[in-house]
Design a protein. Structure first.
Length: 302
């Protein structure tokens, strides 16, 4: 198996042109054509068809299957080179991490910044992925660890490195301002039912859980805005459009001018989970990062 052929096939698909592929790969076009013909003969199926225009190479159904697998194999080879380089270089290398988008700001401030200050030769490759895509990234070797917002299923495939429940908080500006005429954020709230008809902004991934808890209490929350991520949820609260209801990490910093109080309902919580593929040894830099994270967490909780 010659992965250079696979890489050139990916180039041909992504540029839509054999001539452009030849130019980028620094190979004569007849050689590129022969490589594509070899792949089609090897797999016994037509993979590419030509259109009339200059950039009109298109995938057949079989070609689409091959394209996805070729991309995975090339990514796996790249990851293998990185891992071996990390092993030989010690604390020099690239950390590949998939994480829920809501986890990115805290990861940057609490982990990446201080860790990079200690190890300036470390690089990061961050894939912002939701739950199913995040797990798929680990299975395909795209990322070494995942940082998720939920308990991980299929434990026979994955190993939990760290897990911690997180409480939900109500977030808004100071009461009495035009941006927050609804709620004084000075004392914790026991139940969402105590919020009455106060407009809430929640993230899409948490909405069902919130509504299910309220339904059990015979109460319908006033979800005024459904946002895509935790960051955008908090931004809506900062703009004074509603009170945000989101989970927060311990000592997580909020934008200037915002207040937060806990919602003391144990039914509303999520788990921050750091996970890797089972039986896959972490690279030396990644293990160092995990150790650094746990040490910092212990320090914060003391």
């Amino acid at each position: 198996m010659n992965l250079n052929y696979y890489r050139n096939f990916l180039l041909a698909v992504e540029t839509g042109s054999l001539s452009k592929t030849a130019e980028l790969a620094n190979i004569a076009q007849p050689a590129i054509t022969r490589q594509m013909q070899f792949l089609e003969k090897e797999f016994g199926a037509k993979l590419l068809i030509s259109g009339r225009g200059k950039h009109e190479l298109k995938l057949t159904d079989a070609g689409w299957i091959f394209y996805k697998r070729a991309k995975q194999l090339c990514q796996l080879e790249d990851e293998t080179y990185r891992e071996i380089q990390d092993y030989t270089d010690g604390m020099k290398g690239t950390l590949t991490i998939s994480m829920a988008p809501s986890r990115t700001p805290a990861f940057i401030s609490k982990v990446a910044v201080p860790f990079t200050a200690l190890h300036p030769n470390i690089r990061y490759e961050i894939h912002e992925s939701f739950q199913l895509q995040l797990l798929d990234d680990l299975l395909r070797g795209i990322s070494e660890i995942g940082i998720a917002n939920a308990v991980i299923p299929d434990n026979y495939k994955f190993e939990i490195l760290f897990s911690r429940p997180e409480q939900f908080f109500l977030i808004g500006t100071h009461i009495g301002t035009q941006d927050n005429p609804w709620l004084s954020l000075t004392e914790s709230v026991e139940r969402l039912q105590d919020m009455g008809a106060i407009p809430l902004v929640v993230s899409r991934s948490h909405r069902k859980m919130i509504e299910d808890v309220c339904r059990n209490d015979g109460f319908t929350p006033n979800i005024f805005i459904e946002a895509g991520t935790k960051t955008s949820t908090i931004n809506f609260a900062q703009a004074g459009m509603a009170i945000a209801l989101v989970p927060l990490e311990q000592n997580e910093k909020l934008p200037s001018g915002l207040l937060s109080v806990p919602l003391n309902d144990e039914r509303l919580s999520i788990s921050k989970t750091i996970v890797k593929l089972k039986d896959r040894e972490l690279s030396a830099p990644m293990q160092k990062l995990i150790d650094f994270y746990k040490e910092n967490l212990d320090r914060q909780t003391k």
